[in-house]
Design a binder for this molecule. Structure first.
Ligand SMILES: NC(=O)c1ccc[n+]([C@@H]2O[C@H](COP(=O)([O-])OP(=O)(O)OC[C@H]3O[C@@H](n4cnc5c(N)ncnc54)[C@H](O)[C@@H]3O)[C@@H](O)[C@H]2O)c1
Length: 365
């Protein structure tokens, strides 16, 4: 099987972590790759992933080799040094990509008019043989996310949507992908041991053990550009829906909106890429006797999502091999916070195993 030729939109901290990690495992091929569903997914390995194109808006990244751009400010992932790459970061349309809190950190290049940009991006995707686009656009980039979804449709490129604008989970967009037989996985990546998965699993545990959850919150703080950008509450609407529904979906009965609060809460600069999450759960057991849970989770936000994206990329490639179009429901449910169809994490994993084996995701037949 050949390499998996990918492109990235948004050469920010998440991508930097993914890219440096890919290099790390290339250098240490004896090591088992941590953070994956399987080392081999239908015989695709981590090492098969190659980034052949990249798009951003920042004047510190556009026109630079990808191997330099991944360290350009305000990125702050610096785990390993990567060798020089021939891939040059191309200009993407800015649209609504740069929020007011990050304006002083990201100065966009605006060299080309929209028509020219569209033509050049299409040609670049074709010339480089890009077959999957991974989107790491900032929260709140509705127009930019839609531009890239359309670009994938126009170029028959699969789409892995790691950010919380709803594409795979939006029926109108999903239909377009299905009709064009282009695979899409989304939306909003679910970290490996992140706030969402921990909160979901604990919520599911409450249900499975027959207890009643009455109130819960999840507060998150961090110190990178993503958290700074999320200070702009207007950009957060879909992120909040994505995170809240991911937890709500694990309950037997929806909790009243006023009793659940899930969201990013503040920007603490010295935390850099460390994300701290606080989860509180208040419920009742036998004879209405209450219980409380308080949990604090501390993770590197960027190491948390890269392995999941490796699995998403490989699932998209398998779908392409099989000429499958539309949302891959199992991969979206297992790997993303806001999929078209929510499942429990164990059901989603089983459905994805079926998909990998080439069976029906629903029945395993
Ligand atoms: N664990 C995680 O870190 C995690 C989990 C779930 C979702 N996400 C989402 O992934 C996305 C990326 O996160 P990040 O930490 O890398 O963000 P980041 O701010 O570090 O990077 C965003 C990049 O996008 C670029 N950009 C801005 N507008 C653009 C445009 N119009 N076209 C192309 N590029 C543009 C910026 O210059 C920057 O390089 C965010 O939406 C985040 O919420 C991250």
């Amino acid at each position: 099987m050949g390499k998996i030729k990918c492109g990235v939109v948004g050469v920010g901290n998440c991508f930097s972590g993914l890219y440096q990690g890919l290099h790390y495992y290339r250098e240490h091929s004896e090591k088992e790759v941590i953070g994956l569903m399987h080392q081999d997914m239908a015989s695709y390995k981590t090492h098969d992933i190659e980034f052949v194109s990249a798009f951003d808006v920042s004047s510190l990244k556009v026109g630079k080799p990808l191997s330099e751009a991944v360290y350009a400010k305000p990125n702050m992932v610096d785990w390993v040094k990567v060798p020089k790459s021939n891939v040059i970061v191309q200009e993407s349309p800015v649209l609504d990509g740069v929020g007011k809190y990050v304006e002083e950190l990201i100065k966009p290049v605006k060299n080309k008019p929209m028509d020219q940009l569209k033509k050049d991006i299409k040609k670049h995707i074709e010339d480089t043989g890009t077959e999957i686009i991974v989107s790491y656009l900032p929260v709140g980039s509705q127009q930019a996310a839609e531009f890239w979804a359309q670009m994938c449709l126009d170029t028959n490129t699969a789409f892995v949507n790691c950010m919380p604008v709803f594409i795979a989970s939006n029926p109108a967009w999903e239909k377009k992908f299905r009709e064009k037989k282009v695979p899409v996985i989304g939306d909003d990546i679910k970290g490996q041991i992140g706030a969402t998965i921990v909160h979901r699993v604990l919520t599911r545990l409450t249900r499975d053990r027959g207890a009643e959850l009455d109130k819960t919150y999840q507060l998150n703080v961090g110190g990178n550009t993503d958290f700074k950008n999320m200070l702009e509450r207007e950009r957060l609407e879909s992120k909040k829906v994505s995170k809240t529904e991911s937890v709500q979906s694990q309950l037997k009965k929806r909790m009243p909106d006023e009793n659940i609060h899930v969201g990013p809460s503040d920007f603490v600069p010295f935390l850099h890429n460390t994300k701290i999450c606080f989860i509180y759960m208040y419920g009742r057991q036998w004879a209405d006797v209450p219980y409380k849970l308080d949990l604090k989770l501390e993770v590197d936000d960027k190491a948390n999502s890269a392995g999941i994206v490796v699995d998403a990329i490989r699932a998209a490639r398998i779908a392409k091999d099989r000429k499958y179009g539309g949302a891959i429901e199992s991969a979206s449910a297992y790997l993303m916070k806001h999929p078209p169809v929510q499942m429990s994490d164990s059901e989603a994993r089983l459905a994805l195993e079926y998909f990998i084996m080439g069976k029906s995701e629903k029945t395993g037949q």
